[in-house]
Design a protein around this ligand. Structure first.
Ligand code: MGD
Ligand code: MGD
Ligand code: MO
Length: 753
């Protein structure tokens, strides 16, 4: 039972997911409620995801929910876009306006002229898809991410190369966790561009790795920054940002040439080993060392440690996607765990299917058809932007390609876009090249934004703003790998509605034949494969599929549990893990991994590097903020009040910059202000800063100081990989840094929020 339950308090058992903490995690929590108000939220020690732990953002949830600036009513714009003049309207009025305007667009330009934009994996995506398909538009996407460069390159590469998604096994598939008899502790985990101390990415609670390390797992960390976990690692590979592809190929070179790979697994279960062996000869450690700046002996040492540890796993993060040709880099990393025989084994890379195959949102075209029914004729599906150009978008992905959407907004090619529904995406704060997005979105005739607070995107672009609900106000199901959870509403905040309700109501208005009559019916339908309905799941809280179930680990490839034809093997055309990709070959791409330099770098653009001599990596997360969120939460903001630039003291001093000075950081694309922070844990040729900054303490009419602090102005768009997945240059552009004459007027000083 939870601690400290007081008289008259109701305690609600639920799961975190947006909005509130923001993240991709699904922590078990107890919410204490008195007189209808949330008193506190604490971690549930029995929940196998977090075992009682919570992050600072979850602990600050009360400040978030009852923030005085929280939107409590739908708003209709009455002034010009950007003037910040609004009229409060009722929900019915807002729905009526939206229905009328969107129907007009559908009649005049076709449903495909309306785009449905989400940000990262919040509890928004599935609902948006339901709305978009019920309206009839195939253009559902994650906005602003050039190269679809978050998670999608990894997801798509894994499906193409090994037929399934894998995650490092940290015992998360069992209630007993580390004590479960089938679990084996990994001997080594390669932590590749992921920062477990700050981020829980993509349904994986990163502190599990730390739990394993406490039990004896050795870590190899691939990170340009000396992070907390790098300081605890057996080996830290401090690479030049954006050179991950070369490093992966160098490690493969050592493992293959020294014969450290798992010969039995390679012979039996992989396709194209000889071709891979030949390709990696182009990447000997001394050459890779020159490219990556990692000493040759460290590359060799890391390859040996990884390959001789059994089991071993890789926990990777978004920098892998964001390398030039990100999908190819993903393939090279997949080959590392494949040739060492670490897939589908305890303590290695576990094949993760949603518990009982209940989707968090439909993860494939088949699931879309299965769960949402034939709501869209095939000729409409074919209009999805990107399918003509990118075979991977057509065959392996279910969203529109983000760069092509931006282009379409500006050029009306392949057809005009006229409206946008934006939910869970503060685009002007987090998109690459936000000024271009600003111009492009402003060309649209009608924009709805669903959010919890006013921010640069709502103020600059919305015609209607709808106030969304937090996780504490939401009922639902949550399945992101494991376990399968029930979410339960604990409180109500008058005026706000959850995305699922908003989207469900409008989905019905646009498609009266929708197969579900209520959300509860939809939940029950989604849950059917688990044998439970929503009420039964709520009673239990969460469930795991039993051992032997096709969605439970391990060694499923041997048992014929992965392929539709029931044969042993992996879910790929050859039934094997494709070191040489037959899909890539069919599409006319190089079927083997290779290294591509970043779009801008000292080597690819030496002339540019003369004027912009430093490498800038952006967006290393802070545990206090989720992207552009939480800058208005005092208890969090006061711990990191100003946007800082991490810079080596030698570099700073050579530029006449003192610790704490305000500086401009500038690329050929734009500039922003930062406060210099001396940091020894970074290469003197590299600087690093957090993205997502806007200043809620400043005037809305000035877009909250956005253009002074948004680092994404420095980042070019349309730097996507050849296959449309990966790239984006968020982690490796060129910049110069110089002192700013002035700081930022009116920026947060503890008392100003
Ligand atoms: N608190 C918090 N948690 C979050 C988020 C958040 O905003 N705040 N965002 C969520 C989202 S959407 C995502 S995608 C994930 C992202 O989280 P992660 O996948 O962990 O990625 P980052 O934090 O961007 O970077 C991880 C590490 O990679 C290093 N790095 C930087 N450039 C490179 C490079 O070129 N190569 C390599 N190998 N490493 C590099 C950084 O120094 C950092 O330590 O986090 C999720 N969780
Ligand atoms: N420079 C740089 N830029 C980056 C990155 C980087 O590493 N460097 N990382 C990129 C990555 S990986 C990603 S995924 C994107 C993420 O970018 P986004 O996911 O778009 O994140 P935000 O810009 O914070 O926008 C989220 C908005 O959703 C609102 N919100 C939160 N929860 C809910 C909810 O439940 N419902 C609704 N309706 N609204 C909600 C918040 O208030 C906020 O305004 O940023 C990218 N931008
Ligand atoms: Mo992301």
């Amino acid at each position: 039972m939870p601690n400290g339950a007081k008289d008259n308090e109701k305690i609600v058992k639920t799961i975190t997911w947006s909005a509130g903490p923001g993240c991709h995690g699904g922590c078990g929590v107890f919410i204490h409620v008195k007189d209808g108000k949330l008193q506190k939220m604490e971690g549930n020690p029995d929940h196998p995801y977090n075992n009682g732990r919570l992050c600072p953002r979850a602990l600050a949830i009360k400040d978030y929910i009852y923030h005085p600036d929280r939107l409590r009513s739908p708003l209709k714009r009455v002034g010009k876009r950007g003037e910040n003049k609004w009229e409060k309207v009722s929900w019915d009025e807002a729905y009526d306006i939206i229905e009328k305007r969107m129907n007009e667009l559908r009649q005049k330009y076709g449903a495909e002229s309306m785009i449905f934009i989400q940000g990262t994996g919040r509890n928004v995506g599935g609902w948006l898809l339901l709305l978009s398909y019920s309206y009839g538009s195939p253009n559902w996407l994650q906005g602003g991410l050039t190269g679809n460069s978050c998670f999608h390159p990894r997801l798509v590469s894994m499906r193409i190369t090994q037929g399934d998604y894998t995650v490092p096994d940290c015992s998360q598939f069992f209630q007993e966790r580390y004590d479960h008899p089938e679990f084996v502790l990994p001997q080594c985990t390669l932590i590749w561009g992921q920062n477990p101390a700050a981020t829980c990415n993509d349904g994986f609670m990163a502190p599990w790795i730390i739990d394993c390390m406490k039990r004896g797992t050795k870590a190899i960390v691939v990170d340009p920054i000396y992070t907390w976990v790098a300081s605890k690692a057996a080996i830290w590979l401090q690479l030049r940002p954006g050179t991950d592809g070369a490093l992966a190929l160098g490690l493969l070179n050592v493992i293959i040439n020294e014969g450290l790979y798992d010969k039995e697994f390679v012979n039996k279960w992989t396709h194209g080993f000889d071709q891979l062996k030949e390709r990696v000869q182009e990447y000997p450690p001394h050459k890779v060392s020159q490219i990556t700046w990692v000493p040759e002996e460290k590359i060799i040492e890391a390859a040996r440690l990884f390959a001789t540890s059994h089991p071993a796993s890789v926990q990777w993060g978004v920098p892998v996607d964001m390398a030039a040709e990100g999908a190819i880099v993903c393939n090279a990393v997949i080959h590392l765990w494949t040739i060492t025989g670490n897939i589908d084994v305890p303590g290695g890379m576990a094949i993760a299917r949603m518990a009982y195959d209940v989707p968090p949102y439909p993860m494939s075209q088949e699931a879309i058809a299965e769960y949402y029914g034939d709501v869209m004729p095939p000729e409409q599906m074919r209009k999805r932007i990107g399918v003509d150009v990118y075979p991977m978008v057509k065959e392996f992905h279910w969203r529109a390609q983000a760069d092509m959407i931006l282009k379409a907004m500006l050029t009306d090619e392949p057809y005009p876009l006229k409206g946008a529904w934006i939910a869970g995406n503060n685009m002007l704060a987090s998109a690459a090249n936000p000024r271009k997005y600003y111009e492009a979105l402003n060309r649209l005739e009608f924009i709805v934004v669903v959010d919890l607070f006013m921010n640069p995107t709502t103020v600059a672009l919305a015609d209607i703003v709808l106030p969304a609900a937090t996780m504490a106000e939401r009922t639902g199901i949550r399945a992101w790998w494991t376990p399968l959870n029930a979410m339960q509403q604990a409180i109500e905040v008058p005026g706000c509605k959850p995305d699922e309700e908003i989207c469900f109501e409008l989905a019905h208005r646009f498609n009266p034949n929708l197969k579900w009559k209520s959300l509860r019916q939809l939940f029950d339908d989604f849950l059917r494969p688990s044998g439970l309905n929503y009420d039964q799941l709520k009673e239990k809280g969460w469930v795991f599929p039993p051992q032997g179930h096709p969605t439970a680990p391990y060694r499923r490839h041997e048992k014929g549990l992965l392929r539709k034809d029931g044969k042993p093997g992996f879910n790929t055309p050859t039934g094997k893990i494709e070191l040489y990709s037959t899909h890539f070959e069919r599409w006319g791409y190089d079927p083997l991994p290779y290294y591509a330099e970043p779009h801008w770098s000292p080597y690819s653009t030496p002339d540019l590097a003369k004027e912009y001599p430093l490498i800038l990596s952006t967006g290393r997360r802070s545990v206090l903020f989720f992207h552009a969120e939480h800058r208005n939460i005092k208890s969090l903001r006061e711990l990191e009040p100003h946007p800082v630039l991490e810079i080596h003291p030698d570099t700073a001093q050579s530029l006449g910059i003192q610790d704490g000075d305000w500086v401009w950081v500038e690329s050929p694309n734009g500039r922003c202000k930062r406060k210099a922070k001396y940091f020894h844990g970074i290469d003197p040729r590299v600087v690093q800063t957090l993205h997502g900054w806007w200043l809620p303490e400043k005037r809305a009419e000035d877009l909250f100081g956005l253009w002074e602090v948004n680092v994404n102005q420095l980042i070019p768009d349309e730097t996507q990989a050849q296959c449309g997945f990966g790239g984006g240059q968020y982690k490796s552009i060129l910049c110069k840094v110089y002192r700013a004459e002035e700081g930022i007027e009116g920026i947060y000083q503890k008392e100003s929020l």
